[in-house]
Write a protein that binds this ligand. Structure first.
Ligand code: LCS
Length: 393
């Protein structure tokens, strides 16, 4: 079905699937590593790119293709490139877009390994980087150098919840002959469409909201032009970090309910953030739906909802936070986010432990910060769980 002019909810269900010869209502799992050519000329023509078709699953596969086309439509982009993990997407994009001696400007509070990749690994190939609070556009502007090729923005950022103005960031990047890449994992395309705001490339850890069920790890990249799509796809194929057809099937299944999951999770999150903000044992709460969030007005403008991620700190700091994480019963003490189940974790010792403590402090990830990823359980049960976990104070 052609869903190009359909609404977002229709796209979630139907985009990317153009029917199957068997009449299957869902895209089947094409669990095959390789695909037979009709004859030698057909094989040569597929390799030459003269004809559309499948060759080998690392290069392309019908189940994976359905997911890539689906997410490319959700993000209003040219084409999608699915990867084995979110980090597969992050590393593919960086290596595809950068060369030796290029420079990257990035949000300081990105997912820890996204920063580690640039600082510890790409640096060995001569790539330099500057990490700034990209919600402050003056800081972004002054970080640009003549060698800067990529502005990498995570918004909302993990776990500081900083929000960056994507439209303004795109204008700045383009004025400096630079590409804007946005990690849209925390928002999902249901709440935010970076390509519509001027970004060149958007990527996701599909492990999170897109899949939504904490049962696979995966990533996806969507490029807004054919040229960028081809460049990034070629790198993914050579890196060999392709998604697997079974993974792609599960993500497509999860995506169908993205909107209703995010709606419910963010309703829970709003109520929990307000509840935490009013609790005397809580020092501060950062949820972009709260008027107290420094970029609340910007988030209202560039997103269609506030999502399901909350960061907070207890007045008792790190020790109080640790005890609370040990006491919750309904929320699971685990990293990751964006699933139907509520998770709680401690970024300084878990997801962002690879960063130096100075870099963490500078990025707004203090030792006392607790991250709470809200799921779709009953609100009353989640609040009762937090209440009993806080009781000792
Ligand atoms: N981008 C963001 C914003 C993320 O939060 C993550 C993972 C990634 C990229 C990498 O994706 P992956 O390879 O794990 O699919 N974030 C995690 C987190 O906050 N807790 O555990 C993983």
């Amino acid at each position: 079905m052609d869903t190009k002019n359909s609404g977002f909810h229709t796209k979630l269900i139907h985009a990317g699937f153009h029917g199957d010869p068997t009449g299957a209502v869902n895209v089947p799992i094409y669990q095959s590593s390789t695909f037979a050519f009709r004859n030698a000329a057909h094989g040569a023509s597929l390799f030459a790119g003269d004809e559309e078709g499948y060759i080998y699953t690392r290069i392309g596969n019908p189940t994976i293709r359905a997911l890539e086309d689906n997410v490319a439509e959700l993000e209003n982009g040219f084409g999608g490139i699915a990867t084995s993990s979110g980090m597969g997407a992050v590393s593919t994009v960086f290596v595809a877009l950068l060369s030796a001696n290029d420079h990257v400007v990035s949000t300081d509070s990105v997912y820890g390994p996204s920063r580690g990749l640039v600082e510890n690994h790409l640096s060995r190939f001569g790539v330099t980087s500057t990490f700034v609070n990209t919600s402050k556009l003056d800081d972004v502007e002054s970080a640009f150098r003549p060698q800067t090729k990529v502005l990498y923005v995570e918004t909302p950022a993990n776990p500081s919840m900083q929000v960056t103005d994507i439209k303004a960031a795109a204008e700045l990047a383009h004025a400096h002959n630079c590409l804007l890449v946005v990690d849209n994992t925390f928002a999902s395309p249901y709440l935010q469409k970076p390509l519509d705001l001027g970004a060149d490339v958007v990527l996701h850890s599909v492990t999170k909201f897109l899949n939504g069920h904490a049962d696979i790890v995966g990533g996806i990249i969507v490029a807004n032009t054919k040229e960028l799509y081809k460049r990034i796809r070629s790198l993914m194929i050579n890196f060999g970090c392709n998604m697997d057809p079974h993974q792609a099937f599960l993500v497509l299944r999860g995506i169908k309910t993205l909107a209703i999951r995010v709606e419910r999770a963010q309703q829970n999150a709003m109520a929990i953030a307000r509840w935490l903000e009013n609790d005397p044992r809580v020092a501060w709460v950062r949820y972009i739906g709260l008027e107290s969030h420094p970029q609340h007005e910007l988030a209202k403008r560039q997103m269609s909802g506030f999502g399901a991620m909350i960061s907070f700190e207890l007045k008792g700091g790190l020790e109080a936070g640790r005890q609370m994480m040990d006491r919750v019963r309904l929320a699971t003490l685990a990293v990751s986010l964006g699933g139907v189940e509520t998770l709680i974790e401690h970024p300084a010792s878990m997801t962002h432990a690879g960063m130096s403590s100075e870099n963490r402090e500078a990025a707004g990830i203090g030792d006392g910060l607790v991250r709470y990823a809200v799921g779709i359980e009953d609100l009353e049960d989640l609040i009762a769980d937090l209440k009993q976990a806080l009781e000792a104070y």
